[in-house]
Design a protein around this ligand. Sequence first.
Ligand SMILES: [Cu+2]
Length: 70
Amino acid sequence: MKTLNMTVDGMMCSGCSARLQRAMEALPQVESCRANHEDKSVVLELKEEMSNEAVSQALDEAGFTVISFN
Ligand SMILES: [Cu+2]
C-alpha cells in the first residue's frame, strides 16, 4: 500500500472535503482518502499503482486542483 500526501486547492468547507473523499474513494485504485479543507491536505491510501498524473487528473475532473505532492 502506498500513501500519497498532497496539497489541494478548491475545498471551501467540510462539504467540499467530503465530496473530494467520495470522488477519490470511487476509484478502484484508492483504498481510502482523507481530506481537510482547513489546511488543504489530502492523504490518499492506494491499493493499486496510480501515477501522480492520474491522481491529479482525477482530482481535476472532480473540480479540485493539486498544488503539490508532498
Ligand atoms: Cu464546500
